[in-house]
Design a protein around this ligand. Sequence first.
Ligand code: S3P
Length: 673
Amino acid sequence: MSGPGPLTVRGRIRAPGDKSISHRALIFAAMADGPSRIRDILPSADVHATAGALRAMGVAIPALSDNFVLEGRGVASLQSPSTAFDCANSGTTTRLLAGLVAGLEGRVARFEGDSSLSRRPMRRVAEPLRRMGARIDFEGAEGHEGLPMRVFGASLTSTHLVNAHASAQVKGAVLLAGLASGVGVTVEEPHASRDHSERMLRARGVALDVIAQNTGSTLITLASAQQLAPLDITVPSDPSSVTFFAALAALADEGELWFEDVCLNPTRTGAFDVLQRMGAEFTIENEQESGGERVGVVRVRPSVLQGTQIGGAEIPRCIDELPMIACLASRADGETIIADAHELRVKESDRIRAVVDNLRLLGVDAEERPDGMRIVGSKRPLSGHVLTHGDHRLAMAFGILGALPGNHITIDDPGCVSVSYPTFWRDLATVVGPARAQVAVGEFAAAVRTPLVIAIDGPAASGKSSTAQWVAQELDVRHVDSGAFYRAATWLALESGHEPETWTAEHVLAGTPRITWRLTERSVLPIIDGTEQDEVLRGAAVTRQVSRVAQMSEVRAWVNSQVREAGAAVDVVVDGRDIGTAVFPNAALKVFLIADSWERARRRLVQRLGRRPTDAEIAEETEALVARDAMDATQSAPARDAVTIDTTSVTQEEQVERIVALARATRERLAHL
Ligand code: S3P
């Protein structure tokens, strides 16, 4: 059961930055000529995909912190990426950038994505772009109109698009194609889709008219030959993310939740209207304009909820929130019918089938319909194991249901929230208390407090990296090798052609915008220009210079920001210098590995040579290690609360066993706080 007694919620939440606006903020700033400051961008996996793709086109995008400047160099400066775009799970990255590349004559880009994205329809964006004169090849099996695809930019002609799917991504693609090619375009919308592109472009000085027609549709007209001015923006918080907690507040027994800085763009607030229609008590205060968007403070209080009907023009205004609304409906009085929502079938999962299947599995009376679903509310306790299909919005919607008293719900892939709301479980724990949030994520309990961080530190060749990797595997969490980030920066510095003796932090940092990170199943990896470079990074040239780079405090700050970003998103075992002291001073468990220098030298040689080293070889390596220890001395102190393990005379297996036992005990302790 999810914790005893009634549920009281209290607090103020600043949900993360809006996803749609974050993608566009990066793209428009990259196209403008001059510096744009971006505050409160959403640092989620989807937005990282857009940043990575733009970096691959030559745009210098710094790490996605909550306040940074992007130095745009104009549309003409955008180059063909040297490697394929890894769009991961992100439809917005794919479709918007397809439009941008299509309008850039002579540029070519290959788009790849994960299995969910590769199933999503791309014909809807390819067709209008082809009509404008771009070439788009689908490279998968015959008849598969999705990723992987290759987009060949051309000098385009203008077009008139009827946006039949009410897709803001398709509309955005055509506008971007027009902007990049300097041609005017018109988009006709029978049902309005979200209008962030229009607002953000106008705020950047682009001539774009939006005219409501007598027929009820809207005509959006972009003039030819437009330039984008750079602009400072603060990304308001995402109403789709707010909806999860607004639903929780409406379903709670007592209390209230406040949401700061919420984007109240009318094309996005359909879910708030639906919640209010169902009886939720909503108040909106301090409404104001910010960067072309309406923002305000929202308060939600518990109330008795009724079923409702949702369809027609309301659907695009709440399309991303329908999984949460469906879950909410399962707790309301009476029945809820969602219609005209065919688009839900082609989101990150088939959200009609996936939501209905999961609701039924939990014991809800729900029925799948071709264009939506019917849900009958009840008060019966719900229990079962939800299958998210890797879909972030399913994980969060059912996570909210799981936090309600009486329900016992586990989620198969809670980590997928990193696509749009990396700190979701932490925010849930803050609002409902760790015990209830813990039940919501079942096996993944440790992640609710803040993702679990296990920090492993120690001198050179103490076996940090291989031990951390093994520990991560045993605990089934991801491994972050922070040293790999230093290696990546070192490799790019070597590539720059400057003599290593002359390197300054500035030289080294100049390459870092080309480096980003990616969550793989087992680890967090640095990616250079969109590609993993594991072999190059482990090579001798990099090994010789990495210590030089790792001593530069500015570079250390950069690596630390990358590693912290990853640690805020998912459970990690992370190894490296300073990890338990400077990078994660609050890590749940810190381990400091030591071993005498002879033993460390011997292990390093066995690994390098693949055979038993001679004593002379060990002696020579020991000398090098001792010298390295002296160079690294300032970074090699254990944290005060670290557990020091002397590994000189234990096998690696024993070491790993010990750390895993400590980690399990730590998880237990956190779960019972
Ligand atoms: C988005 C548009 C919508 C939405 C998605 C983000 C955007 O998709 O579901 O989460 O930022 O343009 P469609 O354009 O496919 O409707």
